[in-house]
Design a protein around this ligand. Structure first.
Ligand code: SAH
Length: 366
């Protein structure tokens, strides 16, 4: 093995340990299978657009339990290739057989990047979306599959994706600061006691510990299903993806400059929320009969397992209705792990016609 392929093999093993391992558990697949918003959207997309499936060939990228492959077969596909990287493939095979679809659905255990199919397909279906759409970077695998296996007039399920942001208020900003301060206070006690009881002065580690805790409590995004009334300004689309055309380069980074006006009366700008939606529209030449939307927007009744990502601002400035925010957002993949993200988020505020100095934040999606 040459050194480059050795590195790639090590990377693959690390990726399996860090990323794929959780998908090998049924409890994790069940979490997704219990997400009604997600399930209803894919179910309706398939069964209200049977013309895309009847007598067609389908590739399910990252089949997991096999649910999307099974629906594709039930909707009339003549052949479905269900590719799953983890041992979950064995459960998917059991499920396919128990539902009498083994003549149509072929479960293949392996990375979609490595598989060889005997033919090109009419449809690629996949549930590849991570937190704030792009965490996990799984869409790379879908792009690879599309470029290798989708027929020229083939259709992507979903066909489009968008990322959204909005300014929010949230008590989380106080909670995180409190937890951070407590953790730093606790460290000071620990330093005193270690010195006193065990004769070692650990204070040289205070700075790195504080930095580590700062990153954890104050600079890492937080998962939440927000209430819509926590949104305090106009919502903005920061990225649009055409799943038929997007390249890995198009999604490796996200840069957006946008404005948002504060709509709440008198509030604190505690941070920004980020979420996504996807659409099932078919293609220009072969459109959907029923267009379906899957949204993870803040909602009183329809939370999802994706929730929203909350990017907090410390300290949170006061804002008034009519204030204007000018935001610069830049997201790239973490150097250590391409499935995690790093964000530079800076904003300027125009308050009663006066432009306040810019505030910069670094935020990690872990
Ligand atoms: N389609 C299932 C599971 C979605 S979760 C459902 O909708 O319920 C995503 C799945 O894709 C996981 O099971 C994960 O192991 C798999 N996966 C991610 N990247 C993959 C790749 N490159 N090749 C094959 N499977 C992959």
């Amino acid at each position: 093995m040459g050194s480059t392929s050795e590195a790639a093999a090590v990377d693959k093993r690390v990726d399996f340990a860090n990323y794929f391992c959780t998908y090998g558990f049924l409890y994790h697949q069940k979490e997704m299978l219990c997400d009604r918003v997600r399930m209803d959207a894919y179910f309706n997309a398939v069964f209200q657009n049977k013309h895309h499936f009847v007598d067609k060939t389908v590739l399910d990228v990252g089949a997991g339990s096999g649910i999307l492959a099974i629906w594709s077969a039930q909707a009339g596909a003549k052949k479905v290739y269900a590719v799953e990287a983890t041992k979950m493939a064995e459960h998917a095979r059991q499920l396919v057989e128990a539902n009498n679809l083994h003549n149509v659905v072929e479960v293949i255990e392996g990375s979609v990047e490595d598989v060889d199919l005997p033919e090109k397909v009419d449809v690629i279906i996949s549930e590849w979306m991570g937190y704030f759409l792009l965490r996990e970077s799984m869409f790379d695998s879908v792009i690879c599959a599309r470029d290798r296996w989708l027929k020229p007039n083939g259709v992507m399920y979903p066909s489009h994706a968008r990322m959204w942001m909005a300014p929010i208020r949230s008590g989380l900003v106080d909670q995180q600061m409190k937890d951070y301060e407590e953790s730093v206070d606790d460290w000071d006690c620990f330093i005193n006691e270690t010195k006193c009881y065990y004769g070692v002065d650990m204070s040289v580690l205070t700075k790195p510990y504080t930095e580590e805790q700062r990153k954890y409590y104050l600079e890492t995004s937080i998962w939440r299903n927000l209430h819509p009334n926590q949104i305090i300004g106009t919502t903005v689309v920061i990225k649009e993806i055409d799943c038929l055309k997007a390249t890995v380069n198009d999604i490796r980074t996200v840069h957006a400059s946008f404005s948002s006006s504060i709509t709440a009366e008198n509030s604190r700008l505690c941070g920004f929320a980020g979420w996504f939606d996807v659409h099932f529209r078919g293609s220009n030449t072969n459109p959907a009969q029923q267009e379906i939307e899957l949204t993870t927007t803040p909602s009183e009744d329809y939370g999802t397992h994706w929730g929203q990502q909350v990017f907090l601002l410390h300290p949170p400035p006061r804002v008034q209705q009519g204030d204007d925010l000018i935001v610069n957002f830049s997201m790239c993949r973490s150097k250590e792990n391409h499935r995690l993200m790093e964000i530079d988020l800076s904003y300027e505020m125009k308050q009663s016609g006066k432009l306040l100095p810019p505030v910069k934040n670094k935020i990690f999606i872990e």
